[in-house]
Design a protein around this ligand. Structure first.
Ligand code: KG4
Ligand code: ZN
Length: 334
């Protein structure tokens, strides 16, 4: 079934639009909101307003650069959740308006499902069943995927997401938001074993990152009492050490999940999958365990509409459309 779909992503602080034609992503336009940097985190009201300012230009660019006229679209897709309510509302309202105006069907997409389905944008593609470690600013989940739209969360964080742990650690040592990529950059020059942080393990396939965050806060506070320039003098080692511990905690549970399910097709997705420490350690582990490993392109790791378009394509094939009176859902089960 051939289809051209416009997809819109607005769940957090990226306004993004993409066009997909017969399962092939034609482009992926992303407007990142720099405004949150000075506040040390995403300010929901400002995010919502920035989406309103950006969305027309972003959608226009996606249509124009893919050479698609509005009347050629077969469906309009959007992120329904999870995400920030005010941000989601902009995407939902825009998509609904367009669908009603053009008389085309609407397709709702679950943001976390879309992160998993980003693996079907390019080759090589994982085969079913596979495990996907989905790590972002809002989520840390191990997902067992048995078909394009059939997936189940088999482990997740009980408190903070790992991206949040990266960002909070960065904030504690004075780095701007989002701190994850900066920790990654400084860590490249540092010794990962220079400092030791607590391994706050919890049973089963669950994660917990609130303990390591507090441990890090107290460690930095105590060291700064002894030497006020501690952070400046040891920035690379601090970043390498906290990254090492966070990555270790992720991989321990992923390895356990693979052992318990017997699945060796392993994928990662979400913003934190851009982390080079995680990518390198994962490649090493995959070699030892004989895993087939799937890591998306950087562009498809953080929030983007290409993954929403990919998910929408699979829903279109099943003619799984959404009612026009639909509202955003901040928390949406997979
Ligand atoms: O998936 P995403 O773009 O948005 C959410 O849905 O949350 O993920 C954003 C998160 C942020 O916490 C950011 O710091 C983190 O991904 N991140 C990284 C890296 N790049 C992005 N964390 C560590 N290392 C990176 N290279
Ligand atoms: Zn995301």
């Amino acid at each position: 079934m051939s289809a051209v779909i416009l997809a819109i992503e607005s769940s957090c602080d990226e306004t993004s639009a993409a066009v997909i034609s017969n399962g092939k992503v034609l482009n992926n336009i992303i407007a990142t909101q720099a405004i949150h940097q000075k506040y040390g985190g995403v300010v929901p009201e400002l995010a919502s307003r920035a989406h309103q300012r950006n969305i027309v230009a972003v959608v226009d660019e996606a249509l124009e650069k893919s050479g698609t006229k509005k009347h050629e679209l077969d469906a309009i897709a959007f992120t329904r959740g999870p995400g920030l309510m005010g941000s989601l509302l902009v995407g939902v309202s825009f998509a609904k308006g367009l669908a009603i105006g053009l008389g085309k069907p609407l397709i709702e997409v679950n943001h976390m499902q879309a992160h998993v389905l980003s693996h079907f944008i390019d080759d090589p593609k994982p085969s079913f069943p596979f495990l996907c470690l989905t790590v972002s600013g809002g989520h840390t989940q191990i997902i067992r995927v048995t078909d394009y739209l059939k997936m189940e969360v088999i482990g997740e964080t009980q408190d903070d997401a790992v991206g949040e742990a990266f960002d909070k650690a960065a904030k504690i040592i004075g780095l701007p938001y989002p701190g994850g990529p900066l920790i990654d950059a400084y860590a490249k020059q540092g010794n990962p074993l220079a400092f030791k942080f607590p391994d706050t393990d919890v049973p089963g396939l669950e994660f917990s990152f609130s303990g390591i965050k507090t441990g890090f806060l107290y460690f930095i506070r105590d060291e700064k009492k002894k030497d006020e320039n501690f952070v400046e003098k040891n920035l690379n080692d601090i970043c390498a050490s906290i990254q090492h511990q966070l990555v270790k905690m992720l991989l321990k549970k992923l390895e356990q999940a693979s052992r318990e399910t017997g699945i060796k097709e392993i994928a990662i997705a979400g913003g934190v999958s851009a982390n080079s420490g995680l990518r390198n350690s994962l490649k090493q582990l995959a070699g030892q365990k004989n895993w087939n490993l799937y890591i998306p392109k950087f562009e498809y790791c953080t929030d983007n509409a290409a993954m929403i378009a990919m998910a929408a394509h699979f829903k279109y094939l099943k003619q799984d459309f959404t009612a026009l009176d639909t509202a955003p859902l901040a928390r949406m089960p997979i």
